[in-house]
Unconditional design. Structure first.
Ligand SMILES: C[S@@+](CC[C@H](N)C(=O)[O-])C[C@H]1O[C@@H](n2cnc3c(N)ncnc32)[C@H](O)[C@@H]1O
Length: 311
């Protein structure tokens, strides 16, 4: 009789536990995102961090952080501050435990949140291991919220027609999660957030203070320019790296070629830097300060007037 009672009690407790566990599991499963947890191999984590040139001054965000390994590794290696965001609360708790185990809990924080609703303005590096369509959906947000010069590094997936500044395969590794006989190599991509320098820029130049005008159209980090010159308009080469800008012009008249290299830092509607003129015989430099007509700034993706967000 006693045996029967004990057996029934054990069965009841087991059923109760199963029901409780299943309900909890269902609630939490409802919070998983469109891409499920698969950890980046530690070797690949190291290569992603090297590619993004992560250092002690950075703040790294892992958008969909899984077990937290990317921000934890950066904190361990360089003392980098990090934030991990995951939609799955169980992974957020796992990341927090892993950070304590790695003794970096003072440097890293993990939050249960939707990465699309997370403010990225503090991040100088964003790490991604998502899906192609999620990268594309995230693209305008990265370009809008991260400061020029910040880096985005992605495991496996690119960003469509926003070509990477650096792309390569990782060194081979054995994937302990999906056993196979072939070593794997993961595609890795890195982008530098470009300043938005699109629009019409003007400055005065030369002894007579003549006004020069440069029109830049820009898609992501690629720029094309047209500059006004005494001889008319001419196309110029525009190179954009973060908030650094290089504009190279070449004017030909009679037997002479006059080349000018403008180099500067863009901050809002102002570029400040230097210009170097070379006409074959002499080379001279002078300060360069250009201002943009604000409403001429365009969106980096759509070529429509941009809804700017001042930082
Ligand atoms: C492939 S795992 C990558 C984990 C980690 N970044 C790594 O490389 O080891 C993708 C992670 O993104 C999370 N995730 C999916 N959609 C999300 C969303 N909308 N917001 C936040 N996290 C999301 C998943 O829960 C999962 O942990």
């Amino acid at each position: 009789m006693i045996r029967k009672i004990v057996f029934s009690a054990v069965v009841l407790v087991a059923i109760g536990f199963l029901v409780y566990w299943q309900q909890g599991g269902q609630n939490e499963a409802a919070k998983t995102g469109e891409v499920h947890f698969a950890p980046t191999h530690q070797k690949v984590v190291d290569e992603m961090l090297a590619m993004a040139r992560v250092g002690p001054e950075d703040v790294i965000y892992d958008l969909g952080c899984g077990d937290g390994r990317i921000v934890i590794t950066a904190a361990q290696r360089w003392g980098t501050r990090g934030v991990g965001i995951d939609i799955d609360p169980r992974l957020v708790r796992l990341s927090q435990r892993n950070a304590v185990r790695a003794k970096v809990e003072n440097l890293v924080s993990f939050y249960e949140a939707d990465l699309f609703a997370t403010d990225l303005s503090e991040a100088t590096v964003a790490a991604l291991y998502l899906l192609p369509e999620l990268n594309l959906r995230l693209r305008p947000k990265l370009l809008r919220e991260m400061r020029p010069g910040s880096r985005v590094v992605s495991h496996s997936w690119d960003m469509g027609d926003w070509t990477a500044d650096e792309a390569r395969l990782s060194t081979p590794y054995w994937n302990e999660w999906v056993p196979g006989d072939e070593p794997k190599r993961s595609p890795l991509f890195m982008w530098v957030i470009p300043a938005n320098v699109s629009g019409v820029w003007r400055w005065s130049e030369g002894k007579d203070g003549g006004i020069k005008e440069l029109r830049i159209s820009q898609r992501f980090q690629k720029g094309q320019g047209v500059i006004s010159a005494p001889t008319g308009e001419m196309p110029v080469l525009v190179e954009i790296t973060g908030n650094r800008l290089r504009v190279t012009t070449q004017e030909k008249n009679a037997a002479k070629t006059r080349k000018t290299l403008y180099e500067g830092t863009a901050e809002g509607d102002v570029i400040e830097g230097t210009a170097m003129v070379n006409n074959g015989a002499i080379e001279e430099g002078f300060p360069w300060r250009a201002s943009r007509t604000p409403h001429t700034r365009m969106d980096l993706e759509n070529k429509t007037p941009s809804q700017r967000k001042e930082k």
